[in-house]
Write a protein that binds this ligand. Structure first.
Ligand code: SAM
Length: 300
C-alpha cells in the first residue's frame, strides 16, 4: 500500500488520525517485507495481527499465505479495512480458525475490539500462532506481557515497537534497559534479531525511533505454572526500587532464611541490585520460593 493510497483513503473519508491510538501507518514496502521475512511465514500459518489500521501489513501477511486474525480498536479503520478487503467484521473473537484454502481474502478474520481487553477477557490457546504486528506504542508493553504470560503463548512474536522498548526486550543484566519488561517477556521468549525502521517509513512519521524485533518462545518446562507466577512476583518486587538491594526488598514478601540460603548458593553478594541478577538467578529464586512449606510461607 503506497503512501498516496493511504492519504487518499483517509482524505476521502475525512478521517483524522488519533494520536493516542498510535496511528502511524507503515507504508514502506521494503520494511513490510522485512517484517514478514523475519516472521518466516509459511502458507496456512495462523497469525494474530493487533492493530491492522488500513491494512498494509495485513496485505503482506495474506500474500505470504498466512491465515490472519486481525484485531483493530478504531471502528472507522475497521470499516475502511472491511470494505477494502471485502470481509465482514465481528466484535468478538471468532471460534473457528480462518477457513483454509478459501482464497486470499477468505483467510482474514477482522475483529473490532480493544485487543488488550480481548486477550485478558477471552483467553485462548495461542500456541500454534504467531503474533505479527506494528503495535500501538501506548499499549505495546501490556499487550506483550499479557501474551507472553498466557497459559498457551504464541510460538513467535514479531513486533514493531518504539526502539526504546525493543532495547528493553533485548537487554541483559547490568544494562539500564534491563528490568521488569525484559524479564517478564524473556521468561518465556528469547530475542532472535531486530532491525531499525526509519521514521519516514511511517505516515505520519512518529516522534520516536522504531524497530522490529522477533522473540521466539523457549521450550516449556523451566518453571511450573505456579513457579511462573512466583517468578513474576519476585521480578516485580526486586525491581520495585531499582537502587535498593534486591535481597532486602524480597524479604518483604518471602522468609529471610530461605532467601539467604538461596543468595549464598547462587553466589550473590548481599548488596546485589536486581539489575545484576540474571534470568537464571530469577528462575532459581522462583523455584525455591514456590510451594514453600506452610510454616515458611507468607501471604502475598
Ligand atoms: N498495522 C498498521 C500499519 O502497520 O500501518 C497500523 C499500525 S498503528 C502503529 C497501530 C494500530 O493499532 C492503529 O490502527 C490503532 O488504531 C490500533 N490500536 C490502538 N490501540 C489498540 C488496541 N488497544 N487494540 C487494537 N488496536 C489498537
Amino acid at each position: 500500500m503506497r503512501l498516496s493510497e493511504m492519504r487518499h483513503l483517509l482524505a476521502a473519508r475525512n478521517l483524522q488520525l488519533t494520536r493516542s491510538l498510535g496511528q502511524n501507518f507503515l507504508h514502506d514496502a521494503n520494511q513490510l517485507r522485512r517484517i514478514v521475512d523475519l516472521a518466516e511465514i509459511r502458507r496456512g500459518e495462523r497469525v494474530l495481527e493487533i492493530g491492522p489500521g488500513l491494512g498494509p501489513l495485513t496485505e503482506h501477511l495474506l500474500a505470504a499465505g498466512a491465515d490472519v486474525l486481525a484485531i483493530e480498536k478504531d471502528a472507522r479503520l475497521v470499516a475502511v479495512l472491511a470494505e477494502r478487503l471485502g470481509v465482514a467484521p465481528c466484535t468478538t473473537l471468532p471460534d473457528v480458525a480462518p477457513t483454509p484454502a478459501a482464497g486470499e481474502l477468505g483467510r482474514l478474520r477482522l475483529v473490532q475490539a480493544d485487543a488488550l481487553r480481548v486477550l485478558e477477557d477471552q483467553p485462548r490457546d495461542w500456541s500454534a500462532w504467531k503474533l505479527v504486528a506494528n503495535l500501538p506504542y501506548s499499549v505495546a508493553s501490556p499487550i506483550l506481557v499479557e501474551l507472553a504470560s498466557a497459559e498457551r503463548a504464541p510460538a513467535l512474536l514479531v513486533v514493531t515497537l518504539q526502539l526504546e522498548v525493543v532495547r528493553r526486550l533485548q537487554a541483559g543484566p547490568g544494562s539500564k534497559d534491563y528490568g521488569v519488561l525484559t524479564l517478564l517477556v524473556q521468561m518465556r521468549y528469547e530475542p532472535r534479531g531486530s532491525f531499525r525502521i526509519p521514521a519516514d517509513c511511517f505516515f505520519p512519521a512518529p516522534d520516536v525511533e522504531s524497530a522490529c524485533i522477533a522473540l521466539a518462545r523457549r521450550p516449556a518446562g523451566a518453571l511450573t505454572a505456579a513457579g511462573e507466577r512466583v517468578f513474576r512476583q519476585v521480578v516485580r518486587r526486586a525491581f520495585s526500587e531499582r537502587r535498593k538491594k534486591a535481597l532486602k526488598l524480597l524479604k518483604f514478601d518471602w522468609p529471610a532464611p530461605v532467601l539467604e540460603v538461596a543468595w549464598s548458593d547462587l553466589g550473590l553478594k548481599p548488596d546485589e541490585r536486581a539489575e545484576n541478577l540474571t534470568r537464571d538467578h530469577f528462575l532459581e529464586l522462583a523455584r525455591r520460593l514456590t510451594n514453600l512449606p506452610a510454616h515458611e510461607r507468607r501471604t502475598l
